[in-house]
Design a protein around this ligand. Structure first.
Ligand code: SF4
Ligand code: SF4
Length: 425
């Protein structure tokens, strides 16, 4: 290591510094490059995983400083972790970039005028259920009163590209769907499951939570969905706001009964963050909590649930934080294949990011739009009538790009299809 003052790792300080072993694990083979969405769109080495690891290592060795240019290359990363799946050397890219972003964030490297300037605003609203609920209720009035049509037809949001992206992404805000706080197990009892309600999921896709609870109950679980649960902190973690993330994670863990057998998650980004609580909080309680976390598809795949016929052609999109963050690919597909009459078709580049990536599509609309456009072309090739994805951000992003491309297709969470095949809806 060069140029590293005492109490520092090169240009990083030691508080949540990226792991030097992780950075050194990169052997520059380049296998990750074709799997990286930003490299595929931009074609720049510094916007590839290998380039970003090179930059982080150069900073960790004191060869470059923490500059706005470095921040820009790291900010353009979607955090999709496709590079982790591809990497034969086990470079822990997700943890490296989250640690590096934490330093950029804490030390104010980006400056007020950066493209990431909207991040603070988004993090003040999105992961706070009470505020988000109030905002979405107001937006429901905006959508239903006809104001939305007026705003769109007059192009009033044209001078505000980020606001326009946000407005276009927003699906019809549904009326509230109550998810019972407790649902009893049916049949042979398997255990007690806590259900994460999520921030976006509970307001924009509340039926996914209701269907998850009813499928878990049918699979033999008593389900508890504490209404006091707030945000798990996933967006803050991925943005590098580690102090806030840790505070949110501790508040989140405090609302669950300690004797739950499993904490079930139906939002890939949240599940991935919860499974990393042990790493980031570094104590036994958080490690024990993280060990209980499972995606809904993992739990249901082990059940003996049976389904009625659903004669549909379905393409499955791998949400990044399921396929790459949690290595869950087989379970959702296996569950969908258990539905009689349902034909599951291959989707090209099914595990290439759709451009959603938390709030990335709001911060970096140009790259997100290109990825959304590419995803829709892959979906179009399949001829499917339904595309399934296990993450609310993907549902919104894919649905919006299908609408924009004039592709008439239903975008649904796998649990919605499973519930429908059991006669739920
Ligand atoms: S996390 Fe995704 S966008 Fe970022 S470097 Fe890896 S593959 Fe590329
Ligand atoms: S695949 Fe892994 S080792 Fe190879 S360049 Fe990418 S990050 Fe480095």
């Amino acid at each position: 290591m060069t140029g590293s003052p005492a109490g520092a790792l090169g240009s990083f300080d030691l508080e949540d510094a990226p792991s030097m072993d992780g950075l050194r694990a990169c052997v520059h083979c380049g296998i990750c490059l074709p799997q990286c969405p930003t490299f595929r769109v931009l074609g720049e080495e510094m916007d590839s995983p290998r380039g970003r690891v090179y930059l982080m290592r150069a900073a960790a060795e004191g060869r470059i400083g923490l500059t706005p240019t470095l921040a820009r290359h790291l900010d353009l990363c979607l955090g999709c972790r496709a590079c982790e799946s591809a990497c034969p050397s086990g470079v822990p890219f997700g943890q490296l970039i989250e640690a590096a972003r934490a330093q950029l964030e804490r030390r104010g490297v980006r400056g007020a005028g950066s493209d990431h300037g909207a991040l603070g605003f988004l993090l003040a609203w999105f992961p706070r259920p009470r505020r988000l609920g109030a905002l979405l209720r107001a937006l429901r009035v905006y959508q239903r009163s006809g104001l939305r049509r007026v705003v769109q037809s007059l192009g009033l949001l044209a001078p505000f590209p980020k606001l326009r992206t946000m407005e276009a992404l927003l699906p019809e805000v549904p009326d509230g769907v109550a998810v019972p706080e407790r649902v009893s197990a049916q049949g042979r009892r398997k255990g007690r499951a806590g259900l994460l309600l999520g921030c976006v999921q509970r307001f924009l896709y509340p039926d996914v939570n209701r269907d998850t609870a009813s499928l878990l109950s049918a699979a033999g679980y008593d389900v508890l969905a504490p209404p006091a649960q707030e945000c798990c902190g996933a967006l803050h973690l991925h943005a590098g706001r580690l102090d806030e993330f840790r505070a949110m994670a501790r508040r989140f863990m405090a609302v669950w009964d300690s004797d739950l057998d499993v904490i079930v998650v139906n939002a890939a980004g949240c599940g991935s963050a919860l499974k990393e609580y042990g790493h980031w909080l570094g104590d036994e309680d958080s490690e024990a909590f993280a060990r209980k976390v499972r995606d809904v598809s993992e739990v249901l795949a082990e059940s003996d649930l049976t389904f009625g016929s659903l004669p549909e052609t379905v393409a499955y999109h791998d949400a990044c934080h399921l396929a790459h963050g949690q290595r869950i690919r087989a379970e959702p597909r296996a569950l969908l294949r258990r539905i009689p009459g349902l034909r599951l078709v291959d989707l090209r580049d099914s595990d290439l990011c759709c451009g959603s990536a938390g709030v990335y599509n709001l911060l970096e609309p140009a790259i997100a739009e290109e990825l959304g456009r590419r995803k829709v072309e892959c979906i179009r090739e399949t001829g499917a009538r339904i595309v399934a994805a296990g993450n609310p951000g993907c549902l919104m992003q894919i649905a919006q790009h299908c609408r924009a491309a004039g592709l008439d297709i239903e975008v649904a969470h796998p649990v919605s299809l499973l519930a429908r095949a059991r006669g739920g809806r």
